[in-house]
Write a new protein. Structure first.
Length: 363
């Protein structure tokens, strides 16, 4: 997948921008606050329909503007894809895929594969389980459209079940609750199945990337489920295990008025030689693991979707020691890459260099 052109209007600091990048490596050079990361954020938004910084849509709109507009055209192996996003200050955003509203928003996820590596990716390693759950779910949605549908169904069922418990507590109608139990278990089993598939399929790519960058040891996922699903792989078995655990927890959940088990409470961990990378890995090992996660995701998307994703590297090389930075070159794909840096000599890679100053790109 190649980004042919990008147009921005009233996006972050950009009043207006037309950017036609190189099909290979693009290196965006500029001081902090000049708009480098915003370009990567715009590209990622076209592929994920959300900011990779985790900010609300209104934060993307330039001060004083009524709306932000992001448009881009992508060339794939067999077709050209245009994505347009308009984010207004008030009202609903508008997203078009090839000039038409997508039937499902998840269609954009699979149409434009983008993988971004950010300094904040260390949060996947260092912070709580919710960040790692999000990583697995996001990658699953990019690989299989049905995974995104299962996540949506699970979130809806969880909200409805929690709402019922919160309103009624011990007086909850058991028949009404059993309806939501069934929906929660059915969709939750699918979510867990997709997470397990991601972890399994990602494993060889994750280990290879970690080793190449310079890490030593065995890196792997460990997944602790909250609902007695250990060792069960088929859908029917997972549903039965989920329903059984909900039944066991029924009295407690009626008392505290919330759902205590399910994929939203599971704890995926990354282990290095059996050690938790979150608490027992060095800073260098954690950074190497974070980079391996993104490179691994890139290679898995390429393998399963038969598409070469666009790779976004935001200020990556300043966060790596010289030895690891040089080894990253062995992992960079043959596809289109965007790299940001504040220093000309910081990126040990050849490519088209662009100067970014005060919301303008030249090169």
């Amino acid at each position: 997948m190649i980004l042919s052109w990008l147009e921005l209007r009233d996006f972050r600091i950009y009043e207006s921008l037309r950017f036609e990048p190189d099909a290979g490596v693009n290196i965006l050079v500029g001081d902090n606050g000049q708009g480098k990361t915003s370009v990567l954020e715009a590209i990622a938004y076209l592929g994920a329909t959300r900011s990779f910084r985790g900010v609300p849509d209104e934060a993307l709109i330039r001060d004083g503007a009524p709306a932000a507009v992001i448009r881009g055209s992508f060339e794939g192996a067999a077709s050209e894809i245009t994505v347009e996003c308009e984010v207004p200050v008030a009202g609903r955003r508008r997203i078009l895929l090839n000039a038409k509203r997508p039937v499902r928003m998840r269609d954009v996820l699979t149409a434009v594969p983008v993988v971004a590596f950010l300094p904040d990716d260390l949060d996947i390693i260092k912070r709580g389980s919710s960040i790692r759950r999000d990583y697995l779910d996001d990658l699953a949605a990019r690989l299989w459209p049905q995974a995104a549908a299962a996540q949506t169904d699970y979130d809806k069922a969880l909200r409805q079940r929690n709402s019922l418990l919160k309103q009624e507590g011990r007086a909850t109608d058991p028949i009404a609750l059993s309806v939501w139990d069934e929906r929660l278990a059915t969709s939750g089993a699918k979510v867990l199945g997709h997470r397990r598939a991601v972890a399994t399929d990602l494993q060889p790519h994750l280990q290879d990337a970690y080793t190449v960058v310079g890490g030593s040891g065995d890196l792997a996922w460990a997944y602790r489920s909250t609902w007695g699903s250990h060792g069960i792989m088929d859908q029917a078995g997972l549903v039965e295990a989920f329903l059984g655990t909900l039944e066991q927890r029924r009295t407690k959940e009626l008392e505290i008025r919330t759902t205590t088990v399910g994929p939203h409470r599971d704890e995926p961990e990354l282990m290095l030689d059996g050690r938790h990378t979150r608490t027992r890995a060095s800073q260098g090992e954690q950074r190497t693991t974070a980079l391996a996660l993104r490179i691994g995701a890139y290679r898995l998307i390429e393998q399963i979707r038969d598409q070469v994703p666009i790779l976004l590297l935001d200020d990556v090389f300043s966060e790596l020691d010289p030895a690891r930075a040089s080894r990253v070159l062995n992992l960079l794909p043959q596809g289109q890459v965007f790299v940001t840096t504040a220093r000309q000599d910081e990126v040990p890679i050849r490519g088209r260099r662009w100067s970014v100053q005060e919301g303008k790109i030249t090169g």
